[in-house]
Design a protein around this ligand. Structure first.
Ligand SMILES: [Fe+2]
Ligand SMILES: [Fe+2]
Length: 184
């Protein structure tokens, strides 16, 4: 592997983000401080919960909605990474997670469309998206949000979250601010 450090980082992230989520609901704890990203995340919660509670009649439309949402959600985040020169070491892991998630959604959608996956399989996909999202948002998207806000406003983002203490996650090149370096 040409980028062993990034892959280790990715495995570490995958392990720390897998946690069963009973019900995914929008709340202030999910706010990251970059308005357009927060809007995407609100929509993610809506489409994934619609998938989780979909019926035989609504499952295919709900899958199509999740797929369309994720394509635009992830494209937007990649565009922000490119525009703000988000460091490669962070963007690679982040993009890899997006690609894996989208591949799973494509596969389930295709198989459901030809009747090879039933409602149980569709609901399992929804559950895995519910389990994945909080860790991804809290760790990867929050880094990107803080980076964008730092670039846009020339300073560090201050995110006010109910019951949460703001954590410094800005990969600004200063080792003392780099939680990734501390975790390594
Ligand atoms: Fe996101
Ligand atoms: Fe993301």
């Amino acid at each position: 592997m040409s980028n062993l450090q990034s892959n280790d980082h990715h495995v570490h992230n995958a392990q720390r983000t897998a946690r069963h989520v009973e019900k995914l609901e929008w709340n202030d704890g999910l706010l990251l401080g970059h308005g357009p990203m927060d809007d995407e995340h609100r929509e993610f919660v809506n489409v994934v919960m619609a998938l989780r509670y979909s019926t035989v009649e609504t499952a295919l439309a709900a899958l199509a909605a999740v797929e369309a949402h994720l394509i635009s959600h992830f494209d937007l985040e990649h565009e922000w990474m490119d525009k703000t020169a988000f460091p490669d070491v962070y963007s690679k892991c982040h993009r890899d997670q997006h690609d894996e998630v989208l591949a799973s959604v494509f596969q389930v959608h295709q198989l459901a469309a030809i009747g090879q996956i039933g409602l149980g399989g569709v609901h399992r996909l929804a559950q895995s998206l519910m389990d994945w999202f909080p860790g991804h948002a809290d760790y990867m998207d929050s880094s990107l949000s803080a980076w964008i806000n730092g670039k846009t406003h020339g300073g560090q983002a201050v995110v006010l979250r109910r019951n949460l203490v703001y954590e410094e996650r800005i990969p600004d090149g200063d080792p003392k601010n780099d939680v990734h370096a501390k975790a390594a």
